[in-house]
Ligand binder design. Sequence first.
Ligand code: AMP
Ligand code: GLY
Length: 425
Amino acid sequence: MKALVVGSGGREHTLAWSLLRSPKITEVVCVPGNGGTASLPHCRNLAMNANDFEGIARFALVNNLELVVVGPEQPLAEGITDYLQGQGLKVFGPCQAGAQIEASKAWAKALMVEAGIPTARAAVFEDEAAALAYLEQQGAPIVVKADGLAAGKGVTVAHTLEEATQAVTEAFSGKFGAAGNQVVIEEFMTGQEASVLAVTDGQTIRPLVPAQDHKAIGEGDTGPNTGGMGAYAPTPVLSAALMERVQQQVLEPAIATLRRRGIDYRGVLYAGLMITPAGEPKVVEFNCRFGDPETQAVLPLLETPLDEVILACIEGRLESLDLQWQAGAAACVVVAAEGYPDKFPKGMAIEGLDDAAATGALVFHSGTRRKGDSVVADGGRVLGVTGLGDTFEGAIANAYTAIDKICFEGMYYRRDIGYRVKGLS
Ligand code: AMP
Ligand code: GLY
């Protein structure tokens, strides 16, 4: 079978790599892909916009690419699944109605309340004055969120009322376009964050091994938030008992409530959790897709061929599939361009990729492109280097040994990825 992967990040490189580990997958085409997917054996890139649904459908049908796996949220929120399915393709990723769970924080919050899923108390506003009055009444710390997709920039964790007021004013002034027409203001939660990516066929929902990512740019989890600077799995923060609670209190009620609303949700449901100091899992947000960089740490541990998992979801057979996992741990360290998450340069030549891969680590590309025979940086997050090992210590060491071989001008990475779990296994 041949597959098409939509997207261009580290997550999509990992999806292509993971699909190609299956004996049944003969070829993967990435739309538009990156320098890593261009260099992967049996994989090639198609220079087409991820939002060109018609072009993607035509190409997939003409080239017998039966299976389409969608990486990012934007095309899902715009209905890529509904469109491609209508053209007779098998698509992994929820329908447009289901993608609302990520594309509208107000919608997701209402669903959680209806489902009885533990989450931060929240109120939704369409009016600035009412939102500001609510802030005055609640006080800080408090969290202000633009309702819609805002490329990860729509959330302000405000430690003072001034910050919160500014966030509300900015959202209503159109900083996030239509994404800020509604604003969700919610209770500030403390604890450790963790990511449970689950796969579902709309009836059965099964978690993948739980992960944690490091969102902040600086060591010790300081400084501005990014798309994610590193991730590791399986995190011991989510014990088997806690995972059972997540299954019963979060994943199953979410799918049951979606179903009750007439939404046949098939794909990944990603629960971003806060494990409170009392040890309770509360939902921070839902995403309708694989996480990035969590995927780079989770999928290398999956022993069951990814295409089997995906087809079981699409065809409604997940109940009879057992997910098999490799023992041990994985840690992904993101290598970024200098200046990220603000302005950063592009085009720097990247050296040492083969030497890095020779250490046994997996070098996934996030923002790169091929230029002649070389690979150059082409994004804020440039690479995600995943180390594997029997222990977290081993996996983390493997990732950093590989990174030592890599060089490009201004490369930046955190040296403390996995500090919470080092020594735990
Ligand atoms: P979101 O896009 O909703 O995941 O928010 C981005 C980040 O903001 C999360 O990963 C958390 O670090 C933080 N955050 C969001 N909501 C809350 C909350 N209610 N309490 C504390 N931190 C939050
Ligand atoms: N790593 C967070 C995300 O993919 O949303």
